[in-house]
Design a protein around this ligand. Structure first.
Ligand code: ADP
Ligand code: MG
Length: 333
């Protein structure tokens, strides 16, 4: 029997419906999700809303803002504030963005008793953990790279940076990504977007909730690939995880990672991972790095010094220690 015309029209409508369902289904209705590599990590932005074109434009602007921050704070980009600070200068004018990062970084450095330390640029280069040629340096070289570093080595007066020694290398690797994520969130917010998530390789910022419910954020198990240690239910906040499983190399059966104890110049053995929840990703980022170096007890005590900050420190023995305020948002598998 030949198909009659109404049948074909219905069939065509059905095909169109299935196609658009798949299109929406892939990304979710009224949702734009895009990824780019910025600051050496995959950054994924998801924005929710009705107007697809507006979402698309805002997400592009947010990526552009993060690239601008990378241009100021990457040690590898010539002309960046951090690259210029690595030069043989004792005093230098930096951008307001870099000054804002240094201001909060110096505060976390002080309150953490120096566990957070933005003056370890030479030490980081010496170990080369994140390079093609990581190495366990000689003790003498480590001592040399630590010379002149620490709480007194860096001062800020407005946008003028004073270095304690000309060969001091500033490293914002423990905080800059958080700031970039906050800036991306500000761009999305200014564009009128109320619900979004920005994930820069473990530095996460959430705007609003997820379709009327909290966002569910998995915390990676530090010793089991692809396994979630726990889940957090969160809205309108930042959450950042630092772990020894992210960037490391192994030599003679030992693990050497990228979170240094400024007192020894070696990777800190105090923790396996730290997750921090705070209003800003920049604060959460710095606190996660600092609490990692301090370990469970002193790490949780550090978080208490920052109103609104909560977190969980997984100790060197693998035991998770959540702060009291985090418990209600945590669920275990
Ligand atoms: P990532 O998410 O890139 O792993 P983290 O926030 O965990 O970043 O910080 C790791 C980076 O912080 C290191 O690569 C280094 O640049 C810097 N860093 C390492 N140790 C310290 C420290 N004690 N204080 C401040 N920054 C540090
Ligand atoms: Mg950090």
């Amino acid at each position: 029997m030949p198909f009659n015309r109404p049948f074909i029209v219905v069939l065509l409508l059905l095909i169109v419906a299935v196609f658009s369902f798949q299109r929406w289904g892939g990304e979710g209705r009224g949702e734009v999700r895009r990824s780019r590599i910025i600051m050496g990590t995959v950054v994924e932005i998801t924005a929710l809303g009705e107007d697809q074109d507006a979402l698309e434009a805002a997400v592009n602007d947010a990526f552009a803002e993060m690239s601008r921050i990378e241009g100021l704070m990457s040690p590898h980009l010539p002309g960046s504030d951090v690259a210029r600070l690595a030069g043989p200068v004792s005093s230098l004018e930096v951008s307001p963005d870099t000054a804002a990062v240094l201001t909060l970084g110096l505060q976390v450095a002080r309150v953490s008793g120096g566990a957070f330390d933005m003056t370890l640029g030479r030490l980081k280069e010496l170990w080369g953990v994140e390079t093609e040629n990581p190495r366990v340096p000689a003790a003498g070289d480590i001592a040399e790279a630590l010379q002149g570093t620490g709480l007194e080595a860096l001062r800020l007066d407005g946008t003028r940076v004073e270095k304690g020694a000309v060969d001091l290398a500033v490293d914002l690797g423990g905080i800059a990504k958080g700031y970039a994520v906050d800036r991306a969130a500000a761009v999305l917010k200014n564009a009128g977007i109320e619900r979004a998530s920005i994930n820069a390789g473990g530095d996460l910022r959430l705007l609003g909730d997820h379709q009327g419910r909290p966002w569910r954020i998995g915390i990676q198990h530090p010793r089991q690939d692809q396994v979630m240690l726990a889940t957090l239910a969160l809205a309108d906040t930042a959450v950042v995880t630092s772990g020894d499983y992210e960037r490391f190399f192994e030599k003679d059966g030992r693990r050497y990672h990228h979170l240094f104890d400024p007192r020894t110049g070696y990777p800190s053995a105090a923790s396996q991972s730290v997750t921090v929840v705070a209003d800003s990703a920049m604060l959460a980022d710095a606190l996660a790095t600092a609490a990692f170096v301090l370990g469970p007890e002193a790490g949780l005590a550090l978080l208490e010094q920052f109103p609104g900050a909560e977190g969980m420190v997984v100790g060197a023995d693998g035991v998770p220690h959540p702060s009291p305020g985090l418990k209600e948002r945590l669920s275990w598998p």
